[in-house]
Design a protein around this ligand. Sequence first.
Ligand code: SAM
Length: 259
Amino acid sequence: MTPETARATPYFTTPGVTIYCGDALKILPYLNPVDVVITDPVWPRTKNASMAGDLGPWELFTRAVKLITPKTKRLIVILGCDSDPRFLKTVPAELPYLVTCWLRRIPPVMKGNILFGAEVAYVFGQPFPWEHTKRILTTECFAVSRGRRDFGNDHPCPRNIAILDWLISKYTAEGQTVLDPFCGSGTTLEAALKAGRKAIGIDIVQHYCDIAAGRCRQPPPLFTEPHPPPLLHFPPHWLPPVVECYVKLRGRRRGINLT
Ligand SMILES: C[S@@+](CC[C@H](N)C(=O)[O-])C[C@H]1O[C@@H](n2cnc3c(N)ncnc32)[C@H](O)[C@@H]1O
C-alpha cells in the first residue's frame, strides 16, 4: 500500500458514514466529489486556535478550501459571530455567495463584554432549486444551548446538534452526501445520519474520531429523545424582549446597571 492510499484509508465505516483520521489537507485530494460540505473549521480568534496546528486557522482554511472547491457544489462554513468574516475571502468565485444564516443561542452567553448571541453559517455555491428543497429556505435558527455535554464528549468546542440538525434539514436533500473535513466530535456526521444523508468526516485527532465514531454507531433512539428540544418554536419577535431581560439580569449580577 502506497502512503497516499494509506492516507485515504477510512478509520471507521458504518452504513452511511465514513471517518478518516488524519490531516484533511492530505486526505481531501483522494476523496470523491460530494453534494455539500458543511464544516466548522478552527475559527480565527478562538481560544482553541492551537487546534489548527502549525499553519494556524487562516492558512489551514485557505488550503482546505482550495482542495474542497473542485469536490462540491455547495459549502457551508460555521463561524462565531466574533470571527473575522475576511476569513472567508479565500472561498473562490466558483462557489458564489448565497446567504448568511443566524444560528441563535438561547440563552446567549457572555464573552468578555460581548453578548454572544449567535453563531453564523455562510452558505456558498449553487442556488437551491425549488424542486430540490420544496420548502422556503429560512435563514434563522433558534437553538437551545446545551447545559451538559454528551457522556464521553470531551471535545473542547463541540457544536450544538440542534444547529446541525437545522442546517442539514434546510440546506441538504435526503440521500445526499455531506462532508465535514474538520469533523471534531462528529456533530455534523450524527445530524446527517439521523436525517437520512450519507456522511464523511475527517479529523486529525484520533480521540475525536473515536468520539465521532461512537456517536454514529449509536442506534437511533426509539422512545427517548437524547437531546433537549432541538429548536424553540416561538415567533421571532418574542426574542428581543427575552434577550433584553436576560442581559439586564446578567448585568445586575455583575453590578452593571443596564438601563
Ligand atoms: C472547531 S473543531 C470542530 C468541532 C466539531 N464541529 C464538533 O462539533 O465537535 C475543528 C476540528 O478540526 C480538527 N483539525 C485541525 N486541524 C486539522 C487538519 N489539518 N485536518 C483535519 N482536522 C483538523 C481539530 O482536531 C478539531 O477537532
